[in-house]
Design a binder for this molecule. Structure first.
Ligand SMILES: Nc1nc2c(ncn2[C@@H]2O[C@H](COP(=O)(O)OP(=O)(O)OP(=O)(O)O)[C@@H](O)[C@H]2O)c(=O)[nH]1
Ligand SMILES: Nc1ncnc2c1ncn2[C@@H]1O[C@H](COP(=O)(O)OP(=O)(O)OP(=O)(O)O)[C@@H](O)[C@H]1O
Length: 207
């Protein structure tokens, strides 16, 4: 019950931000522009995972609100690597939250092969006892990065965090393959864009 009371504003923050970020899709549809957002998920960290992480990192449970940045988590999936930058700019430009930290695991992937762009924001929620500023971790990634991270996460779970080294090596190779797929898709999109521009230009010249 105490956990539920403590986590209530985090649930509220996740619910509100899911709605707000999903809203961009409709806004882009109106302007017929490509939405940089494919889909959005969110979760409040499960209690056993909070307790395990606090123990692992030596965080006192009384300091969770300031020290554990991912109690409230949002994930934004994009089609293309370029869209990630557009989403991060959308987040930075919002006036209903404040960016407190950014971690770029795309320019510099993690040792595991993990790639994503993380933005930690401070988001105010209105509770019955007044305004509470909540830390929310927003992970922005492509569909391919998400595919890899989801599988790696479940393997980690299966192996209790101790993935055998041959599996680790294969996961690293898979991460590179996912990144090459992202690069290939970006090139295809760029080529289509150039072809479309040429087509429009040709039509304009003929008129
Ligand atoms: N699947 C997967 N997810 C990762 C990996 N590294 C980070 N993440 C995700 O990103 C979150 C934040 O990671 P970091 O920015 O490294 O934060 P941290 O508090 O230093 O590290 P954690 O103890 O992993 O939370 C994690 O809670 C995961 O959801 C990884 O190697 N694989
Ligand atoms: N920012 C986020 N947005 C949406 N879902 C998330 C986010 N972070 C983690 N998740 C998902 O929530 C579920 C529970 O995650 P949990 O917090 O236990 O994992 P984790 O973030 O990898 O853990 P840890 O930070 O303790 O290493 C997993 O399926 C995970 O992929």
């Amino acid at each position: 019950m105490e956990w539920e009371i403590f986590l209530a504003p985090y649930r509220q923050a996740v619910d509100e931000l899911k709605v707000k970020l999903r809203g961009y899709r409709d806004l882009y549809e109106v302007t017929s522009e490509n939405s940089p957002i494919e889909f959005v998920t969110g979760r409040v960290k499960p209690i056993p995972s909070i307790i395990e992480k606090a123990r692992r990192k030596g965080m006192p449970l009384t300091q969770l609100n300031t020290q554990m940045q991912d109690l409230a988590g949002i994930r934004v999936m994009c089609q293309f690597v370029d869209d990630i930058r557009r989403v991060v700019e959308l987040i930075r430009s919002r006036t209903d939250l404040m960016v407190v930290e950014e971690r770029d695991y795309i320019s510099e992937k993690k040792k595991s092969g993990y790639r994503s762009y993380h933005v930690v924001v401070q988001y105010p929620v209105q509770t019955v006892s007044g305004e509470k500023k909540i830390l929310v971790e927003i992970q922005v990634r492509t569909l391919a990065m998400n595919f890899w991270a989801t599988i790696e996460h479940s393997l980690n779970y299966k192996y209790n965090g101790k993935i055998p080294s041959d599996v680790k090596t294969r996961l690293l190779r898979a991460a590179e393959a996912a990144f090459r797929l992202d690069e290939e898709m970006s090139q295809i999109r760029d080529e289509i864009r150039v072809a479309q521009l040429r087509f429009l230009q040709k039509n304009a010249d003929e008129e």
